[in-house]
Write a protein that binds this ligand. Structure first.
Ligand code: AMP
Length: 440
């Protein structure tokens, strides 16, 4: 079956045995003879030393050919294997041995092929200069192709540091989006904002044991790496840093970031040690990835305040970028924990956004008294018996400092409540600036 329209296809050629340039030229000529294939352009030929773990062998000659191809990917792949065999290549080929001809399909239009014998885009094409440079020469936007090919997944902190150093040396602005995975549209928005503002975007996925208390849901926290990678790919993330707990914290690990006033009250009062755990892991992520900018959600307003403070106090040269809370259509702030709400609690959970929005409406209409604004929101929550209120407070916009009773000029209202009819009890957080400029 032919494709309706010809696809633009890039194939990489390599040879390190026999008359290498003659093998490359014959491959181009043979591709041009395949019915349904037209050779559009050929890059210049480059010489590359052999790198790899095979037997010692001579250097390669490499080039990339651009085709217009109306065959399906597997049909073109079969032709490539045939042309390799005609050049005298032993098939099945021993891995990393010298070869007269190697033909790899790098891109096949926007097709993604993931079968046992054929993977397109070709794995790790972007790590190979002898593929990347000819693509650039042929006018391919390799940065866009790189993003489209999906993020690179990095597990070792040393590998993350090395990649980041390479990017910084190349003059890139690097954005980091730290997450605990189980990604939703709120996380995705952070990545999209970073994508728009930075040359390279790192998303980190790490469920950090240090920020969970002994009775909290560390082991039960939802994990879904495959789904997370799909979200990162859609958002155009360049690298996903997903270390294991052992890789982040060696057995002898014993240095922690102590956090002061910014971590007191609100979540800090309910979850002792939580923000010290958050600050420690974020400091470690900053040190490993050395980003230029860090993207954090206003959804976790106190966490944002703690990280801003920690970044200034410890002197990280990183700009912290706050991102507005993304909500479900009915107002519930998106959270990985929403999945655990039972149906009745899910319906009741909108009470938090309703209470905050009601206070904001009153503020907009001219109500300025701190306690009357709080009372208004508190009454709405009290009318929802499924919500167990942990706290409801009005704090300063800049650093979440306590506001004295009486009139306020601006402020942020923060709420936390428990819902208990689902698979397990769920604590939900929400907050809203009374000026109302912060909804995504
Ligand atoms: P988490 O994976 O819950 O630790 O969150 C990772 C980052 O995403 C944090 O900066 C959160 O504040 C942010 N985030 C979580 N939920 C939302 C949301 N609904 N809207 C915007 N940002 C969010």
């Amino acid at each position: 079956m032919n494709h309706q329209r010809p696809q633009i296809v890039h194939v990489a050629l390599g040879s390190n045995e026999g008359d290498r340039d003659a093998h490359l030229q014959r491959a181009v000529d043979r591709l041009a003879q395949v019915p349904g294939v037209q050779v559009r352009r050929v890059s210049s030929v480059r010489e590359t030393a052999f790198v790899g773990d095979g037997p010692a062998q001579g250097p390669y000659r490499n080039a990339v050919v651009e085709l217009a191809c109306s065959l399906p990917p597997h049909a073109l792949f079969a032709c490539c294997k045939q042309i390799e065999a005609e050049a005298g290549r032993q098939l099945p080929a021993p891995r990393n041995h010298p070869r007269p001809l190697d033909i790899d399909i790098v891109f096949f239009g926007d097709d993604v092929v993931d079968t046992r014998d054929l993977v397109i885009p070709h794995l790790r094409w972007h790590e190979r200069d002898f593929v990347r440079q000819p693509l650039v020469e042929l006018g391919v936007d390799v940065a866009a192709k790189r993003r489209w090919s999906g993020p690179e997944v990095i597990e070792a902190p040393e590998a993350m540091s090395a990649r980041s150093l390479q990017w910084r040396t190349g003059g890139c602005v690097i954005g980091i989006v730290p997450t605990m995975g189980s990604l939703h549209a709120g996380h995705r928005r952070l990545m999209e904002i970073a994508r728009a503002e930075c040359d390279r975007v790192i998303a980190t996925i790490f469920v950090n044991p240090l920020q969970f208390g002994p009775k909290e849901d560390f082991t039960a926290y939802p994990r879904d790496l495959a789904g997370d990678l799909a979200v990162c790919r859609q958002a155009g993330v360049d690298a996903v840093f997903a270390p294991s707990v052992a890789q982040m914290y060696e057995p002898a690990f014993c240095s922690h970031v102590a956090v002061g006033a910014a971590a007191e009250g609100l979540e800090g009062a309910v979850r002792p040690g939580h923000f010290a755990g958050v600050a420690t892991v974020v400091a470690r992520l900053f040190a490993i990835a050395q980003p230029t900018r860090g993207y954090f959600g206003e959804k976790d307003a106190q966490q944002l305040a703690v990280i801003r403070r920690m970044t200034r106090d410890l002197g990280f040269p990183i700009r912290i970028v706050p991102c507005a809370t993304v909500r479900e259509p009915d107002g519930l702030a998106m959270s990985s924990r929403n999945a655990y709400l039972g149906a009745a609690d899910r319906a009741a959970s909108t009470v938090l956004a309703r209470a905050l929005r009601s206070a904001r409406e009153a503020f907009r209409r001219g109500e300025r008294d701190r306690d009357r604004l709080l009372q208004r929101a508190r009454t709405i929550i009290a009318n929802e018996p499924r919500a167990g209120l942990d706290y409801l407070e009005l704090r300063s916009e800049e650093d979440l400092a306590e506001l004295p009773p009486g009139p306020i000029a601006s402020g942020r209202m923060l709420v936390a409540a428990r819902f208990i009819d689902g698979v397990r009890p769920v604590r939900l957080l929400d907050n809203l600036s009374l000026d109302g400029a912060d909804e995504a």
